[in-house]
Design a protein around this ligand. Sequence first.
Ligand SMILES: [Zn+2]
Length: 290
Amino acid sequence: MRMTAILVSLGLAAVGLSSCSHVPERERPAGPAQPAPAAQRLPAPFAWPAGIRAAVSLSFDDARESQLDFGLPIFDAASIKATFYVSFASLKKRLPDWEAALKAGHEIGNHSVRHACTANFPFAKGRALEDYTLPQMEAELDEASAEIQMLLGVQPLTFAYPCGQKYVGRGRNVRSYVPAVAARYLAGRGWRDEAANDPALCDPAQLMCMELDGLTWEELRVLVEQAQKNGSWLVLCGHDIREEGRQTTRTDTLRSFCEYARDPKNGLWVDTVANVARYVVEQRTAAPRR
Ligand SMILES: [Zn+2]
């Protein structure tokens, strides 16, 4: 019995060996016979700067005044740079303050002219994505960039999809406007996505963005620690910045985050969407390191 069992197991081992011995030994690539899943998944080596475990970008939409009044003092005290995707009516109300934010190193990004979203939102009446065409959206992207250039003297480098929606038209005539964003900007940012970005694999024209509004520091810390564990780029998006409220990023959460981010042992790189996107793209296009 025992001999039979040994023979059977030897036979199985032989079958196993023969199934992976089609490639002669000398033609096999160097290294382990079965590459680790991570090695198969990553097309090229990717590394954050020395000492960095994850990147975080803080972004805020619609140029709300509370971002200037309650957000910027927190960011500036911590030397942290954020990205602001602006709406023009609000931008024009406090233009000198937005100019100062830009001079301080914060990013001003494109958020379209009319903030078109799905027709299902009552506020989108008369400017619904379902009624847009691609040429119309392309012209609007360019118009918004020209307006930012005219008002602030800079070309926006990144874009935030209003409502995170990336299409125009309806039914059989739906078209993605992601290619139009990819052709114009370093990055396009979504809204209310469910994960951080894998810097080796993400599509910069469709960056995932997790909601910052309403999070306590304990809740945000879970997302940050997940990003550190995975080496991700966590892009966060919010609207108003106050103690609390609807569509509001909490000031106490931001203060705690900034304190955590400033401690080098936490290995976080906090920077604008444009700065991190540029680094990611350059790392991925650089010759693989040995
Ligand atoms: Zn918006």
